[in-house]
Design a protein around this ligand. Structure first.
Ligand SMILES: Cc1cc2nc3c(=O)[nH]c(=O)nc-3n(C[C@H](O)[C@H](O)[C@H](O)COP(=O)(O)O)c2cc1C
Length: 212
């Protein structure tokens, strides 16, 4: 698939079919991740695949407390969210957090080396490991989309992150930016409505210009 077609095909999917992903395809997706730019030329990335369904449920039950649609409306109200397209996405997404991770064909925890305290960066470069890992993740999402496989990300909360690391035996010198759940979309999988963006308002030549 043409690279622009794959980039444009990528969309978040939270409703997965039961179809498994061939292990060789997962490896191909990870190797696309490994081609991403990296801050120190070392690509100190590991990928924990939590494939065992019982283990997965054991972990998720400890960290995610499912919310229903009414709860999610209360949550977006409490955030003061007013944009209709954004609200619609969150109200759909919040109740699906547990299920999307529990039922995806592949649940990955990407890991990157981080010696210093990630949450106390001293300079912008202190975040280079995290930034590089996200380049790798986007490569994987685009490669997956080219193969008809889609994904969703979830950023773990602080307590959640430490529980995951302990449960999976991830060394202290590694961090996890997110969960990456991958799978084939269910027949009726929801694709979030997107806000139309006018590129002319976002590109600035020579200096930032605002419309008069
Ligand atoms: C940094 C980041 C964090 C995200 N966190 C979550 C999350 O915790 N749960 C979730 O369901 N989706 C999460 N997403 C997916 C976004 O909701 C989704 O990318 C966004 O709504 C745009 O839609 P699209 O991916 O379909 O283009 C996250 C995406 C990014 C890039």
């Amino acid at each position: 698939m043409d690279v622009y077609a794959a980039i444009n095909a990528r969309q978040t999917i939270r409703d997965f079919s039961e179809q498994a992903i061939e292990p060789t395809l997962i490896e191909r997706i990870i190797s696309a991740g490994m081609a991403a730019p990296t801050n120190n030329h070392l690509r100190e990335w590991h990928f924990v695949l939590l494939q065992d369904a019982a283990k997965r449920q054991e972990l998720l039950a400890q960290v995610i407390h499912p919310l229903n649609k009414q709860d999610s409306i209360r949550v977006v109200d409490s955030w003061g969210m007013t944009d209709e397209v954004q609200r619609e996405m969150y109200v759909d997404a919040i109740p699906k957090q547990y299920r999307m991770l529990a039922t995806s064909a592949c649940l990955m925890l990407p890991c990157f080396r981080q010696e210093s305290d990630l949450l106390r960066p001293e300079t912008l470069s202190s975040l280079n490991g995290l930034a590089s890992m996200w380049c790798c993740i986007e490569n994987m999402l685009v490669a997956a989309a080219a193969e008809g496989v889609f994904g969703v990300l979830r950023i773990p909360g602080e307590n959640e992150r430490s529980v995951i690391k302990r449960f999976l035996g991830i060394p202290g010198s590694y961090e996890i930016p997110c969960y990456l759940a991958l799978g084939y979309p269910a027949e009726q999988a929801r694709r979030a409505r997107q806000t139309e963006i006018d590129l002319n308002e976002r590109i600035h030549y020579d200096r930032w210009r605002t419309e008069e």
